[in-house]
Design a protein around this ligand. Structure first.
Ligand code: LLP
Length: 422
């Protein structure tokens, strides 16, 4: 459930009409609902209340400082994949001891910074990374807490670009090699083995692959325990799907119940790394119709938002619900492709949608809170959109629309010289 509600034909974010937000902050503009964000985080936290756990919000899904700060105030942990995300969490007031660091390609400077601030765990993805981490921990003079990210070879039955736990994927260490790599880790003087980590993919709408993966992870934990390597936590990654249009993903409570059942009272703390399920439906992308173009074969609605603002439709053919902000209209419905101004045929936000539209109409692209702004770019020299957070009857600008000068800030001209005097 979210707090984007139609009241008397006018779409609101909590108590603020989206028309007001468009008038005040312009479009395209991401709008987040604080109440929705908090509700979804609590749904996870409450679902695991009978089991020691830590919810580590996956920062890649939405890294706006206000979003991170709202979650930090609830006591959330964070799952990061770069030093950039680490600095964001720290700047937002996140507690470093609740941070887990995932990712296949951690650079030395990234590891060093994470060691210096004292994060909760490094989710290590290769033998080479273990060696690097051990060396750097020695240099910094600390013991690094580690989990190995294991690849359980489970098909998450989602879009192949967001499947990560199959044997052909670059992620993690094959589960059948894991015991020997754990033995190496346990013997390294500046590492302390604390957990097992596993993330099989994103936008899963079925619980079976999660349970299958957990079963394989528990078998590994038992084998490690038998060989004297004690595990404190299991990090089961993120991946729970959301409803974009007609999907029926399980609720966090059902997900927690299934995981708890499979855990069968084992003592491990459970770490989870949800992103989309917390923030996906806590955000919309507000956009305006710039032009309508009626061709002999197709009707196009050309919006002021484009693939550079929301890449998911172009990259994954993702279907987002798109609704009118003001329900009432005199226009007749047509079947439209909703496209952006970017010079790419792949620049669409939705295809074949029946909508009644006029130039200037405001639309809300729903389910845009996760992997929306974070995947946006400046392609076609388009400034990135503003971000607004609504809290009750107040709307706050949490990131200004990028000014045009920001597009080329930091760029330099070549100097004039003898060979090139003008
Ligand atoms: N943990 C790890 C190690 C991950 O790689 C991911 C997502 C998550 C947690 C969070 O997964 P979530 O709970 O949000 O499903 N850009 C794509 C999604 C890519 C997901 C990458 N990893 C999209 O827009 O659908």
């Amino acid at each position: 459930m979210d707090h984007f509600i139609d009241r008397s034909g006018l779409l609101h974010a909590e108590d603020v009409p989206l028309t007001e937000i468009a008038a005040r902050f312009g479009t395209p503009c991401y709008v987040y609902s604080r109440a929705t964000l908090e509700r979804h985080w609590h749904a996870f936290d409450r679902a695991f209340r009978d089991h020691p756990h830590l919810i580590c919000f996956s920062v890649k899904s939405n890294s706006n400082l206000a979003v991170l700060n709202v979650l930090a105030r609830l006591g959330s942990g964070f799952d990061i994949v770069s030093v950039g995300e680490l600095e964001r969490v720290l700047a937002a007031g996140g507690d470093p001891t609740t941070i887990v660091f995932s990712g296949v390609g951690k650079r030395r400077d990234e590891i060093r910074r994470a060691l210096e601030v004292g994060i909760r765990c490094f989710n290590v993805e290769s033998e080479a990374e273990l060696t690097r981490l051990d060396q750097l921990a020695a240099e910094v003079g600390v013991i690094a807490p580690v989990s190995l990210r294991v690849n359980p070879d489970v098909d998450p039955q989602t879009h192949h670009y967001i499947s990560t736990g199959l044997k052909e994927n670059k992620f993690g260490i094959a589960i059948q090699q894991a015991e020997s790599v754990y033995a190496l880790a346990a013997a390294m003087p500046h590492l302390k083995v604390v957990g097992i980590d596993c993330h099989i993919g994103s936008q899963l709408t079925d619980l079976a692959p999660f349970i299958d993966a957990l079963g394989r992870v528990l078998d590994l934990a038992d084998r490690l325990c038998a060989s004297g390597i004690a595990i404190e936590h299991l990090d089961l990654g993120g991946g729970l799907g959301i409803r974009y249009r007609d999907e029926h993903p399980p609720e966090p409570a059902a997900y927690a119940a299934a995981l708890s059942h499979a855990l069968a009272n084992r003592p491990y703390t459970v770490i989870l790394e949800p992103g989309r399920a917390i923030v996906g439906n806590a955000g919309v992308l507000l956009t305006q119709v710039e032009y309508l173009k009626h061709g002999p074969h197709k009707h196009f609605a050309i919006l002021d938002a484009a693939m550079n603002d929301l890449l998911r439709p172009a990259l994954y053919q993702a279907g987002h619900e798109i609704v009118r902000v003001v329900a009432d209209t005199d226009a007749d419905p047509s079947r439209y492709d909703l496209v952006g101004p970017v010079c790419e045929t792949g620049d669409f936000l939705a295809k074949d949608r029946t909508l009644a539209l006029e130039t200037g109409d405001l639309l809300a692209i729903r389910g845009a809170g996760a992997y929306g702004f974070t995947m946006s770019s400046n392609y076609n020299s388009r400034p990135r959109a503003a971000e607004v957070m609504v809290d009750g009857d107040r709307a706050y600008l949490v990131r200004e629309r990028e000014p045009l000068t920001a597009l080329y800030a930091g760029e330099q001209l070549l100097p004039l010289d003898e060979a090139h005097p003008t």
